[in-house]
Design a protein around this ligand. Structure first.
Ligand code: COA
Ligand code: MG
Length: 300
């Protein structure tokens, strides 16, 4: 079991699949609970029309109370404009919530200000300050250049994401073209997260058609190869595809265990490099293998 955790830098949880659920659609909740998603994102932002924002906020605490006994993490996506955001946070900072997802983040300062509001609400509500995480979503070119500072802006930050659709609209590129203009930005996002010790969630390109699960599989596998550890999605049928794509394959697990055993044996004999199937196994390869083992344990 120690192998499961010691290479994840103290973090005991990362998320492979997070399903967006518009708060006001009652029938989605059961479906979401049974979807296999590791987290539900209760959405107050783009899936809720402006006229219904109040109603959605009012519904939130009941919904969270209903869901918090289940083995599934609860995220809430709030709106970016301050007047909406403050009311959203008042409604969303509740015990049982894992994190607040914050769209259209501009800078480290922006994160700090939101974190301060969360801190005040936590204190008032008997929640240990710092308990509730924050996911920063960056959606425009100017903020993109602040990625590194945003990622380290606050200890609440779980990861920083790139808002694929909004950024593509700003750039005038097709977000579903995985070889297109967003690829470099996506990889930079992985690097900024890793530099800050965070595990990035995201897909290398957008899912144009959520019913095309074959394509989702390819995109999710490519995203895992790029360093992403999970993805958000909008429909329950996407969840199993994402869970599978971001889990280590049987082949990877077997490889990792062989590497670990062989390398440790070799170390005990005084050598830090050994050959396996014609490839050199040394310290970084051993580290990568231990990461795969850690992920296998967590994602079983
Ligand atoms: N969460 C939970 N259940 C969902 C769901 C979701 N996000 N999306 C669909 N379902 C349910 C449906 O209620 C339906 O259940 P039923 O068979 O018991 O009636 C089942 O899954 C199949 O749904 P389907 O008919 O294929 O889809 P739809 O046409 O009803 O809905 C969308 C399609 C896109 C409108 C819907 O998936 C949705 O609203 N997704 C979330 C959108 C969102 O949050 N966007 C903002 C984030 S970018
Ligand atoms: Mg957006």
């Amino acid at each position: 079991v120690n192998d499961c955790y010691d290479s994840l830098a103290g973090r005991s949880k990362s998320w492979k699949s997070l399903l967006y659920v518009p708060v006001l659609v009652e029938k989605y909740l059961d479906k979401a609970l049974n979807s296999g998603a590791e987290a539900i994102i209760l959405d107050l932002e783009d899936s809720v029309p402006l006229a219904n924002k109040d109603k959605a906020r009012e519904k939130l605490s009941d919904t969270i109370n209903k869901l918090k006994g289940y083995d599934i993490s609860l995220f809430v996506r709030v709106n970016a404009p301050w007047r909406l955001m403050i009311r959203d946070l008042e409604a969303a900072v509740l015990s049982g919530v894992t994190a607040i997802m914050c769209p259209k983040i501009k800078s480290a300062w922006h994160v700090k200000e939101i974190s301060n509001v969360i801190h005040q609400l936590e204190s008032e509500r008997g929640i240990t300050p710092g308990t509730i995480g924050l996911v920063a979503i960056v959606e425009d070119p100017e903020s993109y250049f602040n990625l590194e500072q945003i990622a380290v802006a606050d200890p609440r930050i779980l990861w920083v994401s790139l808002g694929t659709e909004d950024l593509a609209a700003e750039l005038g590129v097709d977000p579903s073209d995985e070889k297109g203009g967003l690829k470099y930005a996506k990889f930079q996002t992985v690097m900024a997260n890793k530099k800050a010790g965070l595990e990035p969630v995201g897909l290398v390109s957008s899912m144009a058609n959520f019913r095309d699960l074959e394509r989702l599989k390819i995109i999710a596998e490519d995203s895992k190869k790029m360093g992403f550890v999970g993805a958000t999605c909008i429909h329950p049928s996407q969840v199993p595809v994402i869970n599978k794509a971001f889990s280590p394959s049987e082949e990877e697990r077997k490889w990792a265990l062989r590497v670990k055993n062989l390398f440790e044996e070799s170390l005990s004999k005084g050598s830090a490099s050994v050959s396996m199937d014609g490839s050199m196994i040394d310290t970084p390869v051993y580290k990568r293998a231990k990461n795969i083992i850690a992920r296998s344990c967590i994602h079983q």
